[in-house]
Design a protein around this ligand. Structure first.
Ligand code: CA
Length: 234
């Protein structure tokens, strides 16, 4: 069985939300539902998502601001905006903030589902089984595309610098990487720079990925030389 695309519905009106959830689930989508923009942004930080269905009028930050913030981090995630009927300004504002499509309330359910499936066809989301850029070591998984990691303590979003360093380790398994190489590749610093930043980064990676960060098995210190990444410790 193929994995169903995960869809996030951001809608504060319960009766509308219930109807949409029911119909989306009937079509086989996995639906997550939140009632505010703040919750939506939090949800997207740690949960894979193929499409956002975003109501414009929300308590707290409105749909436009949510749209703007999603776009600032992710240019590809499709967004379907739900606006009030006949409000051209809302529609134009939504599209200019990066929404891919819109529907005015009240809308025809069939049309809604057609638009959802059209947007999903353009979505970059793929079931995990079809994703190739997934690196596994120990109980950890790191997605090289989304920079999301799954560890025994949960999901987390890696920063660009963390990802740069991990990529360097993943490309050089079992090899000793000199401090200078790491500093230069990740931070662009001259190899002889004295800095604790690198060590602090390693401490952080161990906290994320090691079962016991004080006795690391994957990210090892090689005294006087640098660090070594071991994907499969014996
Ligand atoms: Ca609303």
């Amino acid at each position: 069985m193929t994995e169903k695309p995960p869809v996030l519905l951001v809608e504060d009106e319960p009766h509308i939300a219930l109807g949409l959830i029911y119909n989306l689930q009937e079509e086989g989508y996995r639906v997550s539902h939140v009632e505010s923009g703040e919750e939506a942004l939090r949800h997207l930080q740690h949960t894979p998502c193929a499409l956002v269905i975003l109501d414009l009028m929300l308590p707290g930050i409105d749909g436009l601001e949510v749209c703007r913030q999603i776009r600032a981090r992710n240019t590809r995630l499709p967004i379907l905006m739900l606006t009030a009927r006949g409000n051209d300004e809302d529609r134009i504002a939504g599209l200019s903030e990066g929404a891919d499509d819109y529907l005015s309330k009240p809308f025809n359910l069939k049309e809604f589902l057609l638009r959802v499936s059209a947007l999903l066809r353009r979505s970059s989301w793929q079931p995990e089984t079809e994703r190739r850029n997934l690196v596994r070591f120990g109980e950890n998984r790191v997605d090289l595309d989304t920079h999301q990691a799954e560890t025994r303590s949960g999901q987390l979003q890696l920063t660009d610098l963390e990802m740069k360093m991990l990529n360097l380790f993943f490309d050089n398994p079992d090899k000793v990487l000199a401090r200078g190489t790491l500093l230069e590749t990740v931070w662009g610093m001259a190899p002889d720079t004295e800095t604790r930043t690198l060590d602090n980064f390693i401490v952080r990676l161990r906290k994320y990925f090691e079962i016991d960060p004080s006795t690391p098995r994957h990210f090892l210190t090689v005294r006087g030389r640098g660090y070594r990444f071991i994907p499969d410790p014996r």
